[in-house]
Structures are given as structure tokens and as C-alpha cells.
Design a binder for this molecule. Structure first.
Ligand code: URA
Length: 216
């Protein structure tokens, strides 16, 4: 069919059967009819600091500005939000249901973060996290995990996603956050071989891992 000129990739007739295409985003047509747009797409990014998590912004650079041009047509959007100075695991998709399952407050999909703080988290902080931290404005948080290693870094495991939640929880404990990095969503870990700002597709297994609900 390629030799007969019946196959188009992204609207262009291909003539060489050996031509390589990016099957994650190519639109393939036979005799002018699309046979695959490969449906929904799922990516992870190691979000760098200094960019905002938004699809567009008048003044700030966004995570979308970091996407390679061959992915623009997928209409990806970020799943949830990381602060401008927060780094680490950010999912991007064009699947609204998937995004909703990850970020809905009712879904209880865990997100975990490594935080460097001003202070040394202790057992009293661990208990407070387990009982539900009361933020400075009186908001009560759901029980959360806090793992300490005796230094100024700790791991925070949340099952909800309030605005600036990790920073506000640790500030409420008198340990303001200096650096924050998200390292997992559900059972999916950030691929630490990604360089900051780069992106790669998730495997189907990884996509499902992101939805796994783990006990705290
Ligand atoms: N909590 C925060 O405070 N900031 C983030 O970016 C994510 C969680």
C-alpha cells in the first residue's frame, strides 16, 4: 500500500516502507481515511524549577514550553500542579478521565515528596502528620505520612492535594520548606534518569501504576 501511494503519515504521502515514524503521535491514513491517532497519550516529565505548571501564561515560562514540537499536536496538559519552584514528577496527558482519577480529592492516589526543610523533623512531627496537621489558617489535613532520616530532609506522603500543601504542613510544624521535589504518584516513581525538563512516554504498566492506591 505504501508503494501504491495509499498511506499518509500526518497528511503526507509516504513512499519508503523503511521510513521510521513516531507511533506515539503519528496520524496514519489509508486512502485518506484515518486509521489511528493512537488515542490517549501519557507522559512523565522531571519538572525543573522556574517554570509554572499551566498550559499558558502571559509572563512566565510554562511546562508546555518544554515539550518537543512533535508532541504539540497531542494537546497534552499537566495533571495537577506543582509550584514554580517545585521539581520532579509531573504527568502530562490528553486523557481527562485519567487526570481526574489522579487529582480528584476523592481518589486518594498518594503523592510523595522529598522536602529539604529549615529544621530537623522529629517524631512529634511524624505523629502530627499521622493525626492530621492543622494548618495556620485552621484547615485540618487528612492523615499523611512523614518519614525522617535524622537530617533536614524528609519524605512526605499525601493522599490529598491542597494548595501549597506540603509547604503549609511543614510550616505549621515550624519547619519551613527550602526545596521540594515530587518523587511518586500512586505506585509510579519518577524516572531519575530523565534530565530536568525532559519528558518520556509512560508504558501501559506505568500508566496503571500511577492510579494504584497504596495504604499510608
Ligand atoms: N505541595 C506544595 O507545597 N507544593 C507543591 O508544588 C506540591 C505540593
Amino acid at each position: 500500500m505504501i508503494r501504491q501511494g495509499r498511506i499518509q503519515v500526518d497528511g503526507r504521502t509516504v513512499t519508503a516502507p523503511e521510513e521510521k515514524i513516531d507511533e506515539t503521535c503519528a496520524v496514519i491514513s489509508v486512502d485518506g481515511g484515518t486509521i489511528s491517532n493512537f488515542g490517549a497519550s501519557y507522559y512523565m516529565m522531571d519538572k525543573p524549577g522556574g517554570v509554572v505548571t499551566a498550559t499558558e501564561d502571559r509572563t512566565e515560562k510554562t511546562v508546555m514550553d518544554l515539550l518537543p514540537s512533535n508532541l504539540w499536536r497531542l494537546r497534552l496538559f499537566p495533571v495537577g500542579r506543582l509550584d514554580k519552584d517545585t521539581t520532579g514528577l509531573l504527568l502530562l496527558t490528553n486523557d481527562g478521565d485519567f487526570a481526574h482519577q489522579i487529582i480528584s480529592p476523592k481518589s486518594h492516589v498518594q503523592k510523595s515528596y522529598v522536602a529539604k526543610v529549615d529544621g530537623i523533623p522529629d517524631e512529634a512531627d511524624v505523629r502530627a502528620f499521622r493525626d492530621g496537621v492543622v494548618l495556620k489558617d485552621g484547615t485540618v489535613c487528612l492523615p499523611a505520612g512523614l518519614e525522617i532520616d535524622g537530617t533536614d530532609t524528609c519524605r512526605v506522603i499525601l493522599q490529598e492535594g491542597k494548595y501549597h500543601q506540603v509547604k503549609r504542613m511543614l510550616a505549621a510544624r515550624g519547619k519551613p520548606v527550602l526545596q521540594l521535589r515530587r518523587v511518586s504518584i500512586g505506585g509510579l516513581q519518577l524516572d531519575e534518569t530523565l534530565s530536568p525538563g525532559s519528558i518520556r512516554a509512560l508504558s501501559e504498566e506505568e500508566r496503571q501504576l500511577a492510579l494504584v492506591k497504596l495504604p499510608l
